[in-house]
Design a protein around this ligand. Sequence first.
Ligand code: UDP
Length: 323
Amino acid sequence: MRVLITGGAGFIGSHLAGDLLDLGHTVDVIDDLSTGSMDNIQHLTDNPNFSVEIDTIANVEKLEKMVAKVDLVYHLAAAVGVQLVVERPLYTIEANIMGTKYVLEACDKYKTKVVIASTSEVFGKSLDVPFREDGDVLLGPTTCSRWSYAASKMVDEFLALAFYQERKLPAIVVRLFNTVGPKQTGRYGMVIPNFVRQALEGESITVFGDGTQSRCFCHVEDVCRALVAIVDKDEAYGQVYNLGTTEEVTINDLATRVIALSGSTSEIKYVPFAEAYSADFEDIARRKPDNTKIGNLLGWAPQNNLDQILTAVIDHERSKQPN
Ligand code: UDP
């Protein structure tokens, strides 16, 4: 099979590209390197079944030509990371909504199967935990720029489902919960790479808010295994799936575990959300998926627990440090 990954130089996309190549598929990538990096895919560039175009998906002519050649598209190109979203809401809205529309239109031309990567952020502040795909969402006011990300991804989901319904485009929506693992950059605010770097450098671990907020962190390997498997399931098309683990941890506990597992002497420093992000910032108190739907579809369950993930990230970051 020949596969196109938009955003294939990103953290998840590059991992997925490696997995698909290992399975014998041909992989094309388009990435504008806005948050992705050549470092993520350098090890793949010698593979004759791999090719990469450094360009934006807003180059519709090129995008269409690339889509014409493949059997399947994973659309992962998006503005990601809370920090980036808060700082650049205009870019976030445009990149996510227009980008997804271009991809869906190109796929529609050839009726190419497409997986649209959405996000658990769409559940917003819902108190209906664990979040089910058919549960209500609860976003904050438009004056809080964080929610522009959730709203833009909701439009992406509506678009994908509308293309499925009205144009018979085989599209699947996957809501990715916090996805982590070695090689993830902390540049866009993600908590685990930040905590691990701080712990290894003996800096204070910056817990935002009071640290009682919780998340479920899933290993990128487990996420990619599900992304690969889901496209073979006919019944998945036209559907929305949560993809994440149910092992829940508070950010306080996460900080403590990173310190313990890395043998660090770092202390925890509490930083108010207003200082960490912006004055109007709202965080999500609890985020946990109900992953029954994808579990039933694929017989999928995460194989890595949080301590294994943290150990892998710590080992990876240590291997990068000069001796
Ligand atoms: N967080 C933190 N310190 C950091 C980065 C993030 O305490 O240096 C918190 C953040 O406020 C959130 C959680 O960790 O409550 C997860 O943040 P991340 O940006 O990784 O993902 P989110 O779940 O917010 O999309």
